[in-house]
Write a protein that binds this ligand. Sequence first.
Ligand SMILES: N[C@@H](CCC(=O)N[C@@H](CS)C(=O)NCC(=O)O)C(=O)O
Length: 208
Amino acid sequence: MKLYYAPGTCSLSPHIVAREAGIPLVLERVDIGRLPHSTANIPDFGTINPNGYVPVLELDDGSLLTEGVAIVQYLADLMPESGLAPAAGTRERYQFQSWLTFISSELHKMYSPWLFHPEYGADAEAGARDRIRQRLAFVETHLAGNGPYLMGSRFTAADAYLFTIVEWSSLTRIDLTPFPAVRDYLARIAGRPSVVEARAAERRKAAA
Ligand SMILES: N[C@@H](CCC(=O)N[C@@H](CS)C(=O)NCC(=O)O)C(=O)O
């Protein structure tokens, strides 16, 4: 399988999940810094994802899966024994999907307009900052009371996603001082071998 990714972006989340699950991936770097987006092999990445964004997972039969929330569930379900996603149909699975949706709609897309689309402007940025602080306060309460991970004692794909997005806080000058449980959580996850290796692999590819 191949993961189309861009260093420092949300594609780190499926990359971490694949490493946690022991699923080998070929990495193909997408240059999202200029239009049209491209890779070393593909002059116009729009032929892979008409929406232009990463992550995209290319399966061994050549079919393509887009949307990070779907990709991490696909990868986790390939290796159910990894515990990266609760079993389909269980109540825990819906709680897990609730977290994935929360991260996607309440955090990811609050951070990313002013990380990747500065044209949204200062007013939108101020509103997003307020909203992010509210959402991080919610996560803080949850982790402090029910951690160490989103689903309790076990690291899941939802943690890979939350980590990836909230790590953008330093770049976007979101002060995490009021959120000690979130800071501990990020530090703990940053030390996982899957995360260290995924980041190193993306750096190596970026330098190549
Ligand atoms: N809905 C998509 C959004 C993915 C997304 O926002 N990707 C960003 C990087 S974090 C990207 O590739 N941006 C470049 C672009 O939109 O042109 C998902 O959740 O997978």
